[in-house]
Write a protein that binds this ligand. Structure first.
Ligand SMILES: Nc1ncnc2c1ncn2[C@@H]1O[C@H](COP(=O)(O)OP(=O)(O)OP(=O)(O)O)[C@@H](O)[C@H]1O
Length: 713
């Protein structure tokens, strides 16, 4: 059975059923039997019967059909309960098994509109052949974001309660305004007038109070959601492998963390706020409008098809918004890169160039902004036609209203209330359309955030190995490695080498030979494509992450210090570290005396990225940071490059004194290399020759030649 047939059947059955029941019960004067409980029981029974019938007809109920049927069955008891609880005076009707025809019509209209709106925005059924895959994905994403809101359920429940109360109060404002007008026009009765004025004041104050509380609670849960999401995202981000950070620019990642998380939160807290508010208000108003005049209500419904036109325009706007997000992320990345490298920019006099690049990015943002605004704000074809039809409907309504007033079917106050309701209803419907569009846009942001959240690092997970004693024997077995950006040109080709425990090994060779790549593998920044890097006979990935990075410490070519104190930088990454240990490491790195000359000693700030220190001091602090871990394997990648001669000699002395440690030095300077127990010469990603300084010199091979070319400067 096709879906449209199923919908048709349900609707027909619904009408026949109500017609028969209503006529039967009214004829038998039995319509008030059962009360509210009876109405609920009857609704649930109908829902069950429908589910059973749908299962029989189709074998597998369509989700959209199931949603529609449940709303059809349950909305009448919900409406009647709400009416009884909030405005018993307005109803005056007796509740029974069958609600009054107005409520039935309202239930049919509301459930159809709600399901249609949901299906248009986030389709999930096969009934919609034109549905887009993206929209389905958007729905899944949205539901995921909703699930992330679970911890805020109490805040949200309270917010929804205030939302419903506020909207109901707001809906009744025009109703009481109409009543006041009627009182003024008709024979003045003080009590009724006071009642109408009091009612108006009550609903006005109630509406603003509830709206305030609702807004506050929604913002509160939004802030909590943002905090949680940022925490999770950052947690996942720092777990990612290094190639991920090479592929994704830091500007885009921080933009995900700051802007997209915020937009994602908005999709839930703010949009669902507006969405629910509009829905509740729309149906509340429909209810009151039907009570005032069903003819005028039907007339005002004619405006609905126009929303489809508006939806299309709004979808184009959303497309522009998506492009705008990417342009903003790009501009942010350019700005942060220029600011972070301001010294380089200044020293090359490249300010104008950077300005121009940033200006171009701003131009693109401006273009996207203008294009999106021209679609959303400038009157277009669909917009003008929508306005014309709206005016036409208003004129028709006034004529019909005039006719009803002359035939005493409507009072002037009721017509006024109706016009106010109608105006409000149109703006609510538009808001609904916009919110659906906006939800899709924010779901786009959610998509980026969720993709980042879902990303699992390509690198193998660390093992659990934490041996109490470690020799520090490092071996490379046939290691081949490529950077992901250059998969076809290996940086290391079947490299086999050994770093002996307690010995100092030097890696030398021309630039681009693969020395730093060996260091990166040793620090497990990357995993080899082929072969293994082993520590004491076990592959590096077998060791526990924290353990490995405590036992294998690296001082890289350009050590990075973090803004914070010197002490914070030396004990960086360690859980508990005493000041004595920090001082001891600083002494060994020959930087203690310098630190003592500073006014705040170890608590002195180093500035952003250590900018307030010389490069030699930065290197020494980086060495202290490595030494404080008491590593078994110490890697110095050109670590002595930025030091003056005195400091260099002092540090070398310290290193020479590190008995039992495996030391790997990547160096271009002869003094560093000559002292090494073992020298490995690397060129073009391969180990070309190895041995002691004397052996290699005697061999008169590549090392000898390089020494003559470079080391004798
Ligand atoms: N992040 C990277 N992405 C892509 N290729 C890289 C990357 N880092 C290095 N390479 C390439 O890998 C090869 C080996 O580089 P590596 O840095 O290991 O050489 P090196 O011997 O340490 O050079 P230097 O003495 O100049 O530091 C080079 O061809 C280099 O261009």
């Amino acid at each position: 059975m096709t879906c449209s047939k199923a919908y048709g059947l349900v609707l027909l059955w619904e009408l026949l059923q109500w017609g028969a029941f209503w006529a039967g019960l009214v004829l038998l004067e039995f319509s008030s039997a059962g009360g509210l409980v009876g109405l609920w029981a009857f609704g649930l029974l109908r829902a069950l019967l429908y589910s059973f019938a749908l299962l029989l007809a189709d074998g597998r109920p369509q989700p959209v059909l199931a949603r529609w049927v449940s709303m059809l069955c349950l909305l009448p008891p919900v409406f009647e309960s709400g009416r009884m609880a909030i405005v018993p005076a307005v109803s005056g009707n007796v509740i029974g098994l069958v609600p009054d025809p107005g409520t039935v019509v309202l239930a049919v209209v509301s459930s159809t509109v709600a399901c249609l709106a949901w299906e248009l925005g986030f389709p999930d059924s096969d009934c919609n052949p034109g549905r887009k895959k993206e929209n389905q994905k958007a729905r899944v994403q949205l539901m995921r974001v909703v699930r992330y809101c679970r911890p805020d359920i109490f805040y949200l429940a309270a917010a929804f309660l205030f939302l419903s109360l506020g909207v109901i109060c707001e809906t009744f404002i025009p109703y009481y305004q109409g009543k006041v007008i009627d009182m003024l026009g008709a024979q003045f009765r003080h009590n009724s007038f006071s009642y109408a004025i009091g009612g108006m004041a009550f609903v006005s104050v109630g509406s603003s109070l509830c709206s305030g509380l609702r807004g506050c609670l929604f913002m509160c849960s939004l802030a909590r959601l943002n905090k949680r999401m940022r925490h999770m995202l950052f947690h996942n981000l720092v777990q990612q492998d290094i190639p991920f950070f090479e592929e994704n620019k830091s500007g885009s990642l921080t933009s995900r963390l700051a802007n997209d998380v915020d937009k994602m939160g908005r999709s839930v807290a703010l949009n669902s706020n507006v969405l629910l508010r509009s829905f509740v208000k729309l149906f509340g108003m429909l209810y009151l409008m039907l009570g005032l005049s069903w003819q005028l209500t039907l007339l005002s419904m004619a405006e609905m098809p126009l929303l489809v036109l508006l939806q299309k325009t709004y979808n184009t706007y959303i497309q522009y918004l998506k492009q705008l997000q990417d342009c903003q992320a790009h501009a942010k990345e350019l700005a942060s890169q220029a600011v972070a490298s301001v010294r380089t920019v200044r020293s090359f006099g490249a300010e104008q160039q950077e300005l121009q690049r940033y200006n171009e990015a701003l131009e693109r943002i401006h273009l996207m902004n203008t294009s999106s605004r021209s679609v959303s704000d400038v009157p277009s074809g669909p917009y003008v036609s929508a306005q014309c039809v709206t005016v036409g409907i208003k004129v028709a309504m006034l004529f019909q209203g005039r006719r009803l007033i002359s035939s005493d079917q409507l009072s002037i106050g009721s017509l006024l209330a109706f016009v106010l309701f109608q105006k409000d209803m149109v703006s609510n419907m538009r808001q609904l359309v916009y919110v659906f569009g906006d939800m899709l846009a924010t779901v786009e942001a959610a998509d980026k955030v969720l993709k980042l959240l879902d990303r699992k690092p390509d690198q193998r997970e660390s093992g659990e190995l934490v041996p109490t004693t470690l020799l520090g024997r490092i071996t490379f077995h046939n290691v081949t490695f490529c950077y992901s950006s250059r998969p076809d040109s290996p940086a290391l080709k079947a490299v086999t080498l050994e770093l002996r425990p307690g010995k100092m090994t030097a890696l030398v060779g021309p630039s681009g030979g693969g020395k730093s790549s060996c260091v990166c593998l040793l620090a497990r920044l990357y995993d080899p494509m082929e072969g293994q890097v082993q520590l004491d006979g076990h592959s590096l990935h077998c060791y526990k992450h924290q353990y490995l990075h405590q036992k294998v410490a690296l001082v890289s070519q350009d050590p990075v210090l973090f803004s914070g104190s010197i002490r914070h930088n030396i004990e960086y990454g360690l859980q508990r570290c005493t000041l004595e240990k920090v001082q001891e490491a600083a002494k060994r790195a020959n930087v203690h005396n310098f630190i003592c000359t500073l006014e705040q000693g170890y608590n002195t700030g180093v500035g952003e990225c250590g900018d307030q220190l010389s490069s030699g001091q930065k290197q020494c602090i980086a060495i202290a940071r490595a030494l404080v871990r008491e590593p078994q394997v110490l890697i110095l990648d050109e670590a002595t490059r930025g030091m003056d001669v005195n400091t260099e000699h002092a540090v070398k002395g310290v290193l020479a004194g590190s008995v039992g440690q495996t030391v790997l030095v990547v160096a271009h300077r002869l003094e560093t290399v000559e002292k090494a127990d073992h020298i490995i010469f690397m060129e073009d990603g391969e180990v070309v020759e190895q041995g002691t300084h004397q052996e290699l010199m005697a061999k008169k091979g590549r090392y000898h030649r390089l020494k003559e070319e470079l080391f004798e400067d």
